[in-house]
Write a protein that binds this ligand. Structure first.
Ligand SMILES: [Zn+2]
Length: 209
């Protein structure tokens, strides 16, 4: 079960999480990719973003960065921003506090960032309290169902078109589940956003606390 938007009660319990960055009178969306880098999808995403002249924020999994340091280097060299997404893509609700925090620290050995996104958007209150001191906790306003094998490219585009609003943080996936949709979905999505006159930006790493 997943929802394309973070429900209000989650923001009530975890008040400092960031789902959207609206700026008065400005049409901006923030583009993010989760779970990479991997050779099957990251190079295509980087080439496409370059072609469109767009920068994004990549929430990377530490073990992937360890395996593919060149791809990680390329993300940074091409001007994108990176964030911590744990070392082993852990599920917060199923992981004890110490184990979770150690995994985030292990990821920090490979990824230097003040941005953190919990895998599956799930973290316990104690994990939240421990991490919000150190990181900006970046969730999302629109979750594209590209990771869902039962969701078509058209369905992903429908979610994008229906849910995107000023300041939305959008999530796409830089992983194997999204691979088969990516080559059709990503250009279509960028074309839509540009046609709608959105300024497409990465989630910045200097959001004030
Ligand atoms: Zn993830």
């Amino acid at each position: 079960m997943y929802r394309s938007r973070i429900p209000t009660f989650v923001k009530f319990f975890l008040p400092k999480i960031i789902c959207r960055l609206p700026q008065a009178g400005k049409k901006i969306v923030y583009l993010t990719f989760d779970d990479g880098p991997i050779p099957e999808t990251t190079p295509y995403i980087l080439e496409t973003l370059k072609k469109y002249g767009v920068k994004a924020t990549f929430f990377c999994v530490g073990e992937n960065v360890k395996k593919y340091p060149e791809l990680y280097k390329r993300i940074i060299e091409e001007g994108h921003i990176v964030g911590n997404h744990t070392f082993n893509h852990l599920k917060g609700w199923e992981t004890p506090l110490e184990t979770y925090l150690e995994n985030v620290s292990q990821c920090e050995e490979y990824i230097s960032s003040n941005l953190f996104r919990p895998p599956y958007g799930k973290m316990t209150w104690r994990q939240y309290k421990a991490l919000e001191k150190k990181f900006q906790l970046i969730f999302w306003d629109v979750l594209i169902p590209d990771f869902d094998l039962d969701s078509s490219v058209q369905r992903c585009l429908d979610v994008l078109k229906k849910k995107t609003r000023d300041g939305s943080i959008l999530v796409f996936h830089d992983n194997l589940k999204a691979k088969n949709k990516l080559t059709e979905l990503l250009p279509e999505a960028l074309n839509f956003l540009l046609r709608e006159k959105y300024d497409i930006r990465p989630v910045p790493n200097n959001i004030s606390k």
